[in-house]
Design a protein around this ligand. Structure first.
Ligand code: AMP
Ligand code: ZN
Length: 143
């Protein structure tokens, strides 16, 4: 099986510009930054994406992302941050090891907003919200 590049980075078998690491998580510079200071936060354990990451790992990732986000303005001079996660090839995920992008923002124009409204169908909104709410009430969201 092909080696996972982010597992290799987490195990120090591949070089990376590491911003922070502990036993569970790591933050390092994206090799092709979308803006100056673009980072990735990963769990050291291999999870593919939001569909299979466990709660403990996700909590650590979000906690680290929050802490890093707060020091970004004073460190790189950004005025905002996008947090970004792609799950699945259809959603542009290229590296199949969970990662959360931290993308510092300097102005509104430097990136394209990735979504535009696909529909103005109010019935569709209602239908989907009801369907999800029903699943949640049935307990499908646990764990
Ligand atoms: P995604 O499309 O969300 O799967 O993003 C994968 C990201 O990983 C891209 O932004 C790449 O630039 C980044 N990337 C790929 N290989 C490396 C690497 N060896 N070190 C740092 N970042 C990488
Ligand atoms: Zn991996």
């Amino acid at each position: 099986m092909e080696k996972c590049i982010f597992c290799e980075i987490a195990n120090h078998n591949l070089p990376a510009n590491i911003v922070f690491e502990d036993n569970d998580v790591m933050a390092f510079a994206d090799i092709n930054p979308a803006t100056k200071g673009h980072l990735l936060v990963i769990p050291k354990r291999h999870f593919i994406n939001i569909f299979d990451v466990d709660d403990a790992a996700l909590n650590r990732i979000l906690q680290l992302a929050k802490r890093i986000a707060r020091i970004m303005p004073e460190t790189v001079g950004c005025s905002g941050i996008n947090l970004f996660h792609s799950a699945g090839e259809v959603a542009w995920q290229e590296v199949m090891h969970f990662h959360l992008h931290i993308i510092p923002r300097y102005n509104r124009k430097e990136l394209q907003r990735p979504f535009v409204p696909h529909s103005t169908d109010r019935d569709e909104l209602k239908e989907i919200a009801l369907a999800l709410n029903k699943k949640i009430k049935e307990g499908f969201c646990n764990g």
